[in-house]
Design a protein around this ligand. Structure first.
Ligand SMILES: Cc1cc2nc3c(=O)[nH]c(=O)nc-3n(C[C@H](O)[C@H](O)[C@H](O)COP(=O)(O)OP(=O)(O)OC[C@H]3O[C@@H](n4cnc5c(N)ncnc54)[C@H](O)[C@@H]3O)c2cc1C
Length: 414
């Protein structure tokens, strides 16, 4: 067994990199173990401004800037000829007004390379297979390398940032089903040679495709665009069997997409992902904290995944540092409830997207500019600003607004 370290971080995605950087900067010994060889493909390419604060604190911003990723300054929603365009510079909460759209393989490699440059050991192609926790919260983790050899790593604390791998929830049966309907996505990266004829590349576009089905368009700075279709299993059952044919059929089924992408070459064959929503009973336990996707992942519609991954890791790492200093912590209040507040706000928005409430609001004829700024802040990821009524009262505010718009539309049609 190697010498005991302070913190073992599982996973080298954005959540793992943020934790490794923050805990190392505080002067503690950290080691990262990662199952894959980087760069590796992962979905999740459109970021939210709220994650910039964390990337700054983790000292990643200069390295990311040097990569010339596509800057993103807003989000646009389209249904036929109706458009709702949100510009992050016109939002209610104080914060960043822009972020990036990134090829995640390159983005994630950039972050973990910065972590390595700080002097943190990172072991790629090293998979966690077992963990034993002890009463004093320390642990011994068994990892297996690509050549089949194993090692036992002794640590005072574990940050599980293993994303879809869900290492600790799976090993200790903490997984819980999500209360969102299971959905599927078929997507690819495509050459977007006509993008300038249609839209500026500096925002994500979500096209309402059919009831409950939508398309993401995420342009990158290279001229390539990420294009994906999200819908229920029932929707995909109506399409041809192969993912390539499903992708082509979807493009040709919408006039805007057909014109822009009808003859687009793809960079890789269309892929699928399904049933991604998951959560767990608890976000922390004796000797560990879960961060990023391991805690909860809702839905791709508002691009909140990397924002939650980075903000949760940032928050958790500060608590782990206090723990290592010997402080007694209130994990429920300072971590679980904090993260849930943000997740629950987005959950309300996700549900309102799929049940038609947001369609009514986004495409209403005369949107109130102040309300639009408040909703824009949620879309920018500022879901902890309780001065914003669409954060503070998220459970009721959207429904109330949709009803008001209904009444106004009925009155104006009299
Ligand atoms: C269809 C779809 C579209 C999405 N679009 C967006 C979007 O536009 N914007 C956005 O912000 N988010 C999006 N997301 C969400 C995004 O993919 C995730 O939220 C984000 O990648 C989470 O980051 P993470 O660091 O928690 O995990 P990851 O990036 O998944 O990193 C976890 C790492 O842990 C490693 N690991 C796993 N198991 C083990 C093990 N046993 N041992 C060692 N290492 C292990 C993995 O190899 C991986 O590299 C989307 C998700 C889906 C499903």
């Amino acid at each position: 067994m190697s010498e005991k370290i302070d913190v073992l971080v599982i996973g080298a995605g954005p959540a793992g990199s943020v934790s490794a950087s923050m805990i190392h900067q505080a002067g503690y010994s950290v080691r990262v173990v990662e199952r894959e060889k980087f760069p590796r493909f992962v979905i999740g390419e459109s970021l939210l401004p709220r994650c910039m604060e964390v990337l700054d604190d983790a000292k990643f911003l200069d390295a990311i800037k040097a990569k010339n990723f596509q800057e993103k300054s807003g989000a646009k929603f389209m249904k036929e000829d109706k458009i709702a365009d949100f510009n992050f510079s016109d939002q209610f909460s104080k914060g960043w007004t822009w972020t990036w759209q990134v090829q995640r393989a390159e983005f994630d490699l950039t972050l973990i390379t910065e972590v390595e440059k700080m002097g943190v050991p990172v072991n790629f192609e090293t998979t966690v297979t077992a963990i034993e926790f002890f009463e004093d919260e320390s642990s011994v983790t068994t990892v297996q390398r690509k050549d089949g050899s194993t090692e036992k790593i002794s640590a005072r604390y574990i940050v599980d940032a293993s994303g879809y791998g869900r290492v600790i929830p799976r090993l200790f049966n903490l997984d819980k089903p999500s209360n969102l309907d299971p959905r599927k996505a078929v997507f690819a990266h495509v050459q977007d040679k006509r993008r300038n004829n249609y839209d500026e590349p500096n925002r994500i576009i979500a096209v309402m495709y059919a009831p409950g089905v939508w398309t993401w368009i995420i342009p990158f700075s290279t001229g390539v665009t990420s294009l994906g279709f999200v819908g229920s299993y029932d929707f995909f059952k109506t399409l041809p069997e192969s993912q390539a044919d499903q992708f082509k059929t979807c493009i040709n089924g919408n006039p805007y997409l057909k014109k822009r992408f009808g003859d687009a070459e793809w960079v890789f064959e269309p892929r699928k992902l399904e049933a991604w929503s998951a959560t767990t009973d608890k976000f922390y336990g004796n000797g560990f904290v879960l961060t990023g996707n391991v805690t909860e992942f809702l839905d791709p519609i508002f691009s909140s995944g990397v924002m939650f991954a980075t903000v949760s890791s940032h928050t958790a790492s500060k608590l782990v540092i206090r723990k290592l200093k010997g402080e007694t912590l209130d994990w429920d209040n300072d971590y679980t409830n904090f993260i849930r507040q943000g997740v629950d706000t987005f959950r309300t928005f996700v549900m309102a997207w799929y049940d038609g409430t947001l369609e009514k609001i986004f495409f209403s004829k005369n949107p109130d500019p102040e309300i639009k700024r408040q909703i824009c802040s949620v879309l920018a990821g500022y879901v902890w600003d309780k001065n914003n009524p669409y954060v503070r009262d998220h459970g009721t505010a959207l429904k109330r607004l949709a009803k008001l718009i209904d009444v106004q539309e009925k009155l104006s049609s009299l």
